[in-house]
Design a protein around this ligand. Structure first.
Ligand code: CP
Length: 307
C-alpha cells in the first residue's frame, strides 16, 4: 500500500494478512530491520489519546524516528495549508505522516496531485471527520478474530451515536464484507438510510440477548450542533448497557467500545473492565495492528531499502 486511508478497498485476504501480522507482533515476533532510517510524523488536528500514543508506540517498536509535531504551535496557526505543511515536512526528510483531521477525506488533496506537485510521502489516516477510522476498524477486527477465530455469521450490534461515528462507518462496512450479520440500535434519530444497507434497527433490549459482539459508541457531544434531547441518565436508561442488561447477554458475548468512554452513559462504569469487556484488549491490540499497517505502507513505498 502507498497510503492507508480507508478500509473501503481492502480485500478479505488483505485484512486476514494484517490480522496475522499484528498477531505475530503481539506474540513477540521480530520486527524488520530497515537498511535506512524512516522518519514519521504524527499530526493530530483533533484530540486523541489512544490513537495518537498507539501510533507513536507502533512507530517506536518498528524502529522509526518520530518527528514531534504540535498543530497548535505549528505554522498552521499562521494559515499554512495542510498540503504546504506536509510539503515542508517532506522536504526536510519525513517519509510518513499519520494524520487525524476534522475534515472528511482531507487526504484527497494530498494524494490526488497534479504534475507540478512534489509531495512524496505515505499518508496514514488516523481518523477523518465522520468519515473513516481505519486503524480503529482493523484493531476491532483483530479483537473479534481473537475471540471467535472467524467473522462469518457472528451477530454484531453497533449501538449509539451512529451519525457522527467514523468507527461505525468503518466497522459496518468491513464486518459485512467479512460475513458478519449487523444490527444497529440507539436513538432512532441517529439511524438513517445510510445504515439500512448494512443492517437492521432493533431495540436494545430485543437485540442484546442475541448478540455475539456489542459495539458501543461514544455520544460525541462535541459534534452535536443542537441539544440531543436526553440527559446522560436518560440515555443510559433507554439505550445504555446497564448492569441488568449485561446479565441478559449471551454466555460468550463480548462488549467493545472505541473509547473514550462516557462512563455511566454508554455503559455502566463498573462494566468497563468486566469479564465481557474487551476495551483494554482493543487498546492493546491497536499498537500491534498499527505496526502491521505502517509496515504495509513502508513496504508499499519501498522505504525500508535493501539489507
Ligand atoms: N478510539 C479513538 O480514536 O480514541 P482517541 O480519540 O483517544 O484516539
Amino acid at each position: 500500500l502507498q497510503h492507508f486511508l480507508t478500509i473501503k478497498k481492502l480485500k478479505n485476504d488483505q485484512v486476514e494478512e494484517l490480522i496475522k501480522r499484528a498477531e505475530y507482533f503481539k506474540a513477540g515476533g521480530a520486527v524488520p530491520e530497515y537498511a535506512q532510517p524512516i522518519y514519521a510524523v504524527n499530526m493530530f488536528f483533533e484530540n486523541s489519546t489512544r490513537t495518537h500514543c498507539s501510533f507513536e508506540m507502533a512507530e517506536r517498536k518498528l524502529g522509526l524516528q518520530t518527528i514531534p509535531f504540535d498543530p497548535v504551535a505549528s505554522s498552521v496557526k499562521k494559515g499554512e495549508t495542510l498540503y504546504d505543511t506536509l510539503l515542508a515536512l517532506n522536504s526536510i526528510g519525513v517519509n510518513l505522516a499519520v494524520i487525524r483531521h476534522s475534515q472528511n477525506e482531507y487526504y484527497k488533496e494530498l494524494i490526488d496531485l497534479d504534475e507540478t506537485q512534489k509531495l512524496n510521502m505515505g499518508i496514514v489516516n488516523a481518523g477523518d471527520g465522520s468519515g473513516q477510522h481505519p486503524s480503529q476498524c482493523l484493531l476491532d477486527m483483530m479483537t473479534i478474530h481473537e475471540q471467535f477465530g472467524h467473522f462469518k455469521g457472528l451477530k454484531i450490534a453497533i449501538i449509539g451515536d451512529l451519525t457522527n461515528s467514523r468507527v461505525a462507518r468503518s466497522d459496518m462496512r468491513l464486518l459485512r464484507q467479512l460475513g458478519a450479520k449487523l444490527y444497529f440500535s440507539g436513538p432512532t434519530c441517529w439511524y438513517s438510510s445510510e445504515f439500512t444497507e448494512f443492517g437492521s434497527y432493533g431495540k436494545v433490549d430485543d437485540l442484546l440477548p442475541q448478540m455475539d459482539v456489542v459495539i458501543l459508541l461514544r455520544v460525541q457531544h462535541e459534534r452535536h450542533k443542537q441539544e440531543i434531547g436526553f440527559s446522560p441518565t436518560e440515555y443510559h436508561t433507554e439505550y445504555g448497557l446497564t448492569r441488568k442488561r449485561y446479565t441478559h447477554m449471551k454466555k460468550n458475548a463480548i462488549i467493545m467500545h472505541p473509547g473514550p468512554i462516557n462512563r455511566g452513559v454508554e455503559l455502566a462504569s463498573e462494566l468497563v473492565e468486566s469479564s465481557r469487556s474487551r476495551f483494554a484488549k482493543q487498546m492493546q491490540n491497536g499498537v500491534f495492528m498499527r505496526m502491521a499497517m505502517i509496515e504495509a505502507v513502508i513496504n508499499g513505498r519501498g522505504l525500508g531499502g535493501k539489507q
